[in-house]
Design a protein around this ligand. Structure first.
Ligand code: IP8
Length: 247
């Protein structure tokens, strides 16, 4: 089984509020169609969820947020999720919409529910979930990042490979020359940040990837604009991106 995170920066234009990159999403769907193994998709918030989270001053640490903000963030994620589902359907894939409230209780994963997701994926359906604003009791809400969801799912489901599709070729050892790091073991590379990201952007992604690789699972950062690279990686032909090789 393969876990794939479609980053917000690849499925939306992060510079422009509420702007899906429909052509890119469709190209990604077409490539995913070429994968014969069960897959689970997680997607980020991009210029939907993050845009509204910033507007309403909501952050991952959680708190008593403006209910209007919570409602709008959740609604915007459903909108973005629908765009992804529509694209998968149009490309003859069978997505199974799975809001994170289906398998999270506050900030805790529900193990039994997550185990069920594997069965859905093995039944030729593609579970599709996403980062979201989640209630966690006592009037508090937090923003659950899709990156964090990847770690929760990886820990319980032990996929063969975790893929993060980004708007970059991978991680760079030097941001100026954009020299790509092909393989990482323990070292943490230097990272550039995007201000529209309430869940910690690339730093968070690298943190989660490191946690997952320590579980004995390979993690691959790849350019989502070149979706054929995802297919090649899944088929073990070539890793054109950054591979966090597990121990
Ligand atoms: O883009 C965050 O998910 P991420 C989703 O995967 C929201 O960090 C609601 C901002």
């Amino acid at each position: 089984m393969i876990l794939i995170k479609l980053g917000g920066s690849i499925i939306t234009n992060k510079e422009k509020p509420l702007s899906p990159r429909k052509k890119t999403i469709s190209n990604l769907s077409k490539s995913l169609k070429k994968i014969s193994e069960p897959i689970i998709i997680v997607h980020g918030g991009g210029s939907y969820g993050h845009y509204w989270s910033v507007k309403y001053d909501m952050h991952t640490k959680g708190g008593k947020y403006d209910p209007r903000g919570v409602a709008i963030v959740k609604n915007s994620m459903i909108e973005l999720n629908k765009i992804i589902l529509d694209s998968l359907l149009q490309n003859k894939l069978n997505p199974y919409c799975l809001p994170p409230t289906d398998f999270m209780s506050g900030n805790k994963p529900i193990i039994k529910k997550i185990k069920e997701i594997e069965k859905i994926a093995k039944a030729e359906l593609i579970p599709v979930t996403y980062g979201d604003a989640l209630w966690y009791g006592q009037n508090k809400t937090f923003i659950l990042s899709g990156d964090k969801i990847m770690t929760h799912l990886a820990k319980i489901l032990k996929p063969r490979l975790c893929i993060f599709a980004l708007n970059e070729d991978g991680l760079y050892s030097d941001l100026k020359s954009k020299k790509l790091i092909y393989e990482l073991h323990d070292e943490i590379p230097s990272i550039s940040e995007n201000k529209m990201d309430v869940t910690g952007g690339m730093t968070r992604k690298v943190e989660e990837a490191t946690k997952i690789s320590k579980m004995g699972i390979n993690v691959f950062f790849v350019n989502g604009n070149k979706p054929e690279r995802i297919v090649k990686a899944v088929k073990n032909r070539k890793f054109e991106g950054t591979l966090f090789r597990s121990k």
